[in-house]
Design a protein around this ligand. Structure first.
Ligand SMILES: Cc1cc2nc3c(=O)[nH]c(=O)nc-3n(C[C@H](O)[C@H](O)[C@H](O)COP(=O)(O)OP(=O)(O)OC[C@H]3O[C@@H](n4cnc5c(N)ncnc54)[C@H](O)[C@@H]3O)c2cc1C
Length: 482
């Protein structure tokens, strides 16, 4: 590309959406000298910063403390006798709000410092290499850019039959502000968002009914991990979990009315009357108003098809100069995936060919204790072993054999490691236990490097730390190689 052709565009790159994906892409591009603009119609930072990871982790941090201090039996084990715990709901909510404001400001400043132009308004495509931005005032401007990245993210999905009012029936968008604590709340969905909020609500004294349409709770988790995690995270708490039932209708009010039917037969089960309902049934892509037709892109239920370089696909063929990253692509809808995809897209724009490696991207649920995973599920690993003709290895390492976990009186936990018994390559790991979200990173790094347990088993881990749970798994796996 000659300088003349670059200069004929208003920008080298326009990113639509300033969530984690868009932010990382725009910052990376501006840091590397691209004339970059980023368009945002709501709050800078998107879902993660304003309505997702950041405030939810602040609520979990505070409510986790309450749970710990209220757990008299656990404290007695250390010889500690604490006074009854008191907490102020509003101050917990304020902690989350302040954190959001701080991170949003830091993120916006770092974009400005990098030299990116922030365009406030709603962006949409106006044909190839053109983006129209409608400002809040109604004024619309059209900009040209050599490359365009779509990073418009996702919104909560509310199934048909469920009516939300934002006060008694709401999604995570509202739950995050912890405006009140219902005495009895039903949480629809037992994915990571439902589980994290169940952790918060039960710690703060609410009674929870968890409604899961599929035939087991925590259906997206490794079955062994889900079984042991559910013992503490669900059965051990004030949670009544129902699997295989569908909330056919939910009507806001006081009380909220839930019509439960059996998932398979659709036979009526019960009418529940609760104080509040949190709908945590997944997320849908934000792509409807992007005018994707103007460049011939057809979505897959709203998700924008991309290749592993993050190029947008039309009939499986990459379109020139159009990229998409983050939740809107529907691949592992997590903040760090969005950021990683943003980095990959910009590297390719800069001419450095690089592909995303989804297998090495970890995922975590920040319950107390945490759950995490990376790489293949056991069933996918079995399928790979069958198709590639190798024997799958599986070892289990228990927190109850770990000195640090025992010292913390937190020895409930399990790590499952999946590996290729011939080559030793680590294929995946699933962990439930204290600090599982931190522990998974070590295995994610090994998966990224396609490392073998043969070498990993010799790496020295600090004693006594929880990381020795991983060391034990690597050693067991190395001993089990064919
Ligand atoms: C309760 C909750 C907890 C979560 N916890 C975690 C966690 O602990 N860890 C984790 O990794 N992930 C977590 N996530 C997921 C994470 O928030 C998302 O994966 C991440 O935000 C996706 O980033 P994104 O950039 O793709 O999209 P988003 O963050 O959704 O950002 C998209 C942005 O684009 C803007 N936009 C949309 N359309 C337009 C348009 N036409 N013009 C201009 N702007 C537009 C939106 O306003 C938004 O700001 C959580 C999500 C929720 C809901």
């Amino acid at each position: 590309m000659s300088d003349a052709s670059a200069a004929s565009f208003d920008f080298d790159l326009i990113v639509i959406g300033a969530g984690y994906g868009g932010f990382d892409a725009a910052k990376h591009a501006a840091d590397h000298g691209l004339r970059t603009a980023i368009v945002e119609s709501r709050d800078m930072g998107g879902t993660c910063v304003n309505r997702g990871c950041v405030p939810s982790k602040a609520l979990l941090a505070a409510s986790g403390r309450v749970r710990e201090l209220a757990d008299a039996e656990h404290l007695r084990g250390f010889g500690i006798h604490a006074a009854p715990v008191r907490f102020e709901r509003q101050k917990i909510a304020d902690h989350a709000n302040q954190l959001v404001a701080t991170i949003r400001t830091n993120l916006t400043r770092s974009l400005e410092r990098a030299g990116a132009t922030i365009l406030r308004g709603k962006g949409r495509l106006e044909g190839p290499q053109r983006v129209a931005v409608r400002e809040a005032s109604g004024i619309e401007r059209v900009y040209s850019a050599r490359d365009v990245i779509i990073a418009t993210g996702s919104d909560p999905f509310v199934p048909p039959g469920i009516e939300t009012d934002g006060r008694t029936v709401f999604t995570s968008d509202e739950a995050i502000s912890l405006e009140w604590l219902p005495r009895w709340i039903a949480i629809i969905g037992s994915g990571y968002i439902g589980l994290e909020f169940a952790d918060v609500y039960t710690a703060l004294g609410c009674e929870v009914t968890m409604i899961e349409a599929l035939d087991r709770v925590m259906p997206t988790f490794d079955p062994d991990i889900a079984k042991i995690a559910a013992r503490k995270l669900i059965d051990g708490r004030d949670i009544d979990a129902r699997a295989g039932v569908l909330a056919k209708t939910v009507t806001p009010g006081s009380p909220v009315r839930i019509e439960l039917v059996e998932m398979v037969s659709r036979e009526p089960v019960e009418i529940l009357e609760v104080d509040a309902v949190l709908v945590a049934t997944g997320r849908v892509p934000v792509s409807k108003e992007l005018n994707l037709e103007s460049v011939g892109v057809t979505t897959n239920r709203g998700f924008i098809p991309v290749d592993e370089a993050m190029r947008v696909l039309v009939d499986d063929k990459p379109l020139a100069h159009l990229w998409a990253v983050g939740d809107v692509t529907g691949k592992m809808m997590l903040a760090h995936t969005a950021a990683a995809q943003g980095g990959v897209a910009v590297d390719n724009i800069l001419g450095h060919q690089r592909l995303i490696d989804y297998r090495s991207i970890p995922a975590a649920t920040f319950t107390h204790p945490e759950i995490s995973s990376v790489g293949l599920s056991e069933s996918d690993a079995k399928a790979l072993a069958a198709s590639d003709g190798f024997e799958l290895g599986l070892v289990r390492s228990y927190f109850k054999a770990n000195s640090k976990a025992l010292a913390e009186l937190e020895s409930d936990g399990l790590m499952k490691l999946l590996f290729n018994r011939s080559s030793g390559e680590v294929l995946g790991a699933h962990i439930y236990g204290l600090h599982a979200a931190d522990l998974i990173q070590e295995i994610a790094n090994a998966v990224a490097r396609r490392q073998s347990v043969r070498e990993l088993a010799n790496e020295v881990h600090t004693h006594p730390t929880l990381s020795e749970v991983v060391e034990v798994a690597y050693k067991q796996a190395a001993a089990a190689l064919a």
